[in-house]
Design a protein around this ligand. Structure first.
Ligand code: SF4
Length: 408
């Protein structure tokens, strides 16, 4: 990231931090936090059981459920589902538009790049993500709910004007209106929607998504709605999902609720004529969920408590100095570095910043579920040392000590 972008990000983070800190002090949020800590710990301890329950519940709700061991398998399942729909709807592959909403898991499996390589057009429907998509290069997100927080309104006006051939002033409203009109016309052309989820209620066979823009409501009403989710998103009940969604919102935005909480527990249907069940009313004709392991079963349990609010990076001194180079894909900051060990391997975690962490512990202090990121990082450093993996300058110091008895 450029110095100017890091400065803009710090300014946005500073305002966000003030808002979050004043909201999360309230006894109501503290009580919610304690409830969610219990839900997440118990759900991760019983993950295997929840996977089995979810598979059954989805089946009962007429949702197709798939299990992917890794990212490659997830992409294959995703493509097979899309190909079936292309065939069923008799559509030219080069005319395939897919409406997508924000999802770390879709980014984890490189879904956009993969589907674009198959000739399809992926439409980011979240405003921040769409701006980054139009930016084309150096376009990684910097925060889970504010992906473009490092760009000023002038930067964004330039990106939008250049890619859409417009001459908008550097003001938020005209930019939002122009992007909205463009994205809506592309959503209109899409017959498939892909999304992630905030959490999954295993016993209810339902997924829950929180959002402000209303875009997920559009994505989920396409003919085929595919949801890709890590197995760590599973909790027992819908009530648990709502609690997690509320806590995540508080720690991500400093607001108590998002404008929308969407729950999907089956394809569109009606029984309004003589109580006879008819499928395919207004929403998706078919809903599919892909549950993704991709190293999660091997991960420290504490690493999977995360609810994805991003509050750890807001106060992280390393992240505030170098930005999203500290992290992996859209898994940002120290917890992202730790996840990269399981999603990829120890070398990737070293390259993502395993040795950049100061172990100050501010991330845990600011984490709603008290993820012990510094402890996890220390354990992973031990692992990488045993494997002989270090950053080049560290290796030099180690070798000097060994050979000369001095680091110099
Ligand atoms: S580790 Fe904690 S603070 Fe960071 S994103 Fe996850 S839940 Fe939020």
């Amino acid at each position: 990231m450029k110095e100017k972008e890091i400065e803009s990000m710090r300014k946005v983070f500073g305002e966000l931090k003030d808002r979050i800190d004043s909201l999360v002090k309230s006894p109501k949020i503290k009580a919610l936090q304690n409830r969610v800590i219990d839900i997440r710990k118990s759900a991760i301890d019983n993950n295997e059981e929840l996977i089995a329950i979810a598979k059954e519940s989805f089946k009962e709700n007429d949702i197709d459920c798939f299990y992917a061991n890794d990212d490659e398998e997830a992409r294959k399942i995703l493509l097979d589902l899309i190909n079936d729909e292309i065939e069923r709807s008799n559509i030219d592959r080069n005319e395939v538009y897919i409406a997508k909403s924000k999802s770390n898991t879709l980014r984890e499996i490189d879904a956009t790049q993969f589907l674009e390589e198959q000739g399809m057009t992926i439409v980011e429907t979240d405003l921040g993500d769409r701006i980054l998509q139009l930016k084309k290069d150096d376009n990684s997100p910097v925060h889970p709910t504010g992906p473009a927080s490092h760009l000023t309104v002038q930067d964004i006006a330039e990106i939008v004007n250049e890619s859409m051939n417009l001459d908008l002033p550097a003001e938020p409203k005209p930019i939002m209106e122009a992007v909205r009109a463009d994205v809506l016309s592309l959503i209109e052309k899409s017959f498939i929607g892909i999304s992630g989820t905030n959490s999954i209620a295993a016993e209810d066979g339902a997924v829950l998504m929180v959002h402000n823009e209303g875009n997920i409501s559009l994505v989920q009403s396409k003919k085929l709605h595919i949801i890709v989710a890590g197995i760590d998103k599973l909790v027992p009940l819908l009530e648990d999902c709502v609690s997690i969604g509320k806590l995540e919102t508080a720690f991500a935005t400093g607001k108590p609720l998002t404008s929308y909480i969407n729950i999907v527990s089956g394809p569109s249907k009606t029984a309004d004529i003589e109580k006879k069940l008819l499928k395919n009313m207004y929403g998706a004709e078919k809903v599919a969920v892909i549950l993704l392991d991709n190293g999660r079963k091997e991960a420290f349990k504490e690493c999977l408590w995360c609810i994805g609010c991003g509050n750890c990076i807001v106060s992280c001194p390393v992240y505030n100095s170098i930005g999203n180079k500290f992290g992996f894909h859209s898994y940002l900051g120290g917890r992202g570095v730790a996840m990269s060990r399981y999603l990829k391997d120890n070398q990737v975690s070293v390259d993502s910043g395993l040795y950049m962490c100061t172990l100050c512990g501010l991330c845990t202090e600011n984490c709603p579920v008290l993820t012990p990121t510094s402890e996890i990082i220390e354990n992973l450093r031990n692992e990488t040392q045993k494997e002989g993996l270090s950053r080049e300058p560290h290796k030099k110091i180690r070798d000097n000590i060994k050979d000369k008895g001095s680091p110099y």
